[in-house]
Design a protein around this ligand. Structure first.
Ligand code: GLA
Length: 393
């Protein structure tokens, strides 16, 4: 009798322990994919859009360069059944989610879904609060690979407790799912979420309309403002746990080429998740080229998993560094001004961390080897644009 009780206690302890963790070895480099929100919001998302986006991911060359997840954001869900299981909006998704997941998988891609830690999602659809177990089981049953978990309608909830609860339910449900925390940086997730999720938003939503208005560049949540909010967070990121400054705005709201290039480059420097948010079926060649720049993606996906950091700040002209595997590094010259910036690079005088001797220099937007760091050089960085070099030994 006593042995039985002991056995039960030990079993109970171990089952609890086993459930108390996130899935390891996922998102060892920043997740890459596409998310429906920036282009389709609530009303525009449906089964056809998702299928066509999976097709376009292949035909536009996105899959070839590493984009992998197709994530449906808000508005796929409509209610709950009598047992608390989530009901799909059948008008938008007549074949249901499981078959949609199968379609996405048949293209060699992975599937992401969205929910919210509170009573409702941000668009007012049913949230997961109180139904965490049913939802985690449902996602596992549908073969989902990724969950973005939002923070609307969470009044009175504790973020660490709420996200940990969902993490544990996902783990118990048994299917490895990347857990994307989306509480907009309000509770400093970089300080606690390393063992809870695989990525966490650090800011409110990107403002896709923000442009230089003659005084400041962007407004509070334009993409360049989001860059500023990442300063100092680099020490919290690494393989399996990333800072997420939100999805890409390239290809939306007529973002000009120079800004799109700079925005994409900075997301790569920051080891940010690369979630495209434009309509992949209908994009300009320029946007397609920017989003599939292999050299920049290699910087983002580098196995060392270091987030880039600012090493020089001359007002509206900044220099950023990202350490890479094998002693390589990326250096980005970022001009935030409306005028061009002419700059003489004297490599030994820039505060580059661990700069040791002579490196070969490759310009990652022209794809040309442009010399080495033993000679000084002058660059002309166009207005609101970047020049990014890979330095290799
Ligand atoms: C919040 C999130 C966005 C998006 C919407 C959906 O605003 O931060 O990324 O998911 O909700 O309603």
């Amino acid at each position: 009798m006593k042995t039985n009780l002991l056995f039960l206690l030990v079993a109970f302890f171990f089952s609890k322990e086993m459930a108390a963790q996130k899935f390891d070895n996922l998102a060892m480099t920043p997740p890459m994919g596409w998310n429906s929100w920036n282009s389709f919001q609530c009303d525009g998302v449906n089964e056809t859009v998702i299928k066509e986006m999976a097709d376009a991911m292949i035909t536009s060359g996105f899959k070839d360069v590493g984009y992998e997840y197709i994530v449906i954001d808000d508005c796929w869900q409509i209610g709950r059944d009598e047992n608390g299981y989530i009901l799909v909006d059948k008008e938008k998704f007549p074949s249901g989610i499981k078959s949609l997941v199968a379609y996405v998988h048949s293209k060699g891609l992975k599937f992401g879904i969205y929910s919210d830690a509170g009573t409702k999602t941000c668009a007012g659809r049913p949230g997961s609060k109180g139904f965490e177990r049913q939802d985690a089981e449902t996602y596992a049953k549908w073969d989902v690979d990724y969950l973005k978990y939002d923070w609307c309608f969470t009044e009175g909830q504790d973020a660490i407790t709420s996200y940990t609860l969902m993490r544990d339910e996902l783990f118990k449900a048994g299917r490895p799912i990347v857990f994307s925390i989306c509480e907009w940086g309000e509770n400093k997730p970089w300080e606690w979420a390393k063992d809870v999720g695989h990525l966490w938003r650090t800011t409110l939503d990107i403002d896709m309309e923000a442009r230089y208005d003659g005084n400041i560049w962007g407004n509070l949540y334009g993409w360049s403002d989001l860059v500023d909010m990442q300063v100092g967070l680099e020490k919290y990121a690494g393989p399996g746990h990333w800072n997420d400054p939100d999805m890409l705005a390239v290809g939306n709201n007529n973002m000009p080429e120079n800004e799109a290039r700079a925005h994409f480059s900075m997301w790569c420097m920051l080891a940010a998740p690369l979630m495209a948010g434009n309509d992949l079926r209908d994009m300009t060649e320029i946007d397609q080229k920017i989003l599939t720049n292999k050299e920049l993606i290699a910087i983002n996906q580098d196995v060392l998993g270091k987030q880039g950091f600012k090493i020089e700040d001359f007002g509206n002209f900044e220099i950023w560094q990202k350490p890479l595997a094998n002693g390589d590094m990326a250096i980005c010259f970022f001009n935030r001004e409306i005028t061009n910036k002419n700059f003489e690079i004297n490599w030994a005088n820039i505060k580059i961390k661990d700069f040791e001797g002579d490196y070969k220099l490759k310009d990652l937007w022209t794809n040309e080897v442009v010399g080495s760091t033993d000679a000084s050089m002058t660059i002309d960085v166009p207005s609101r644009d970047v020049i990014v070099f890979r330095l290799s030994k």
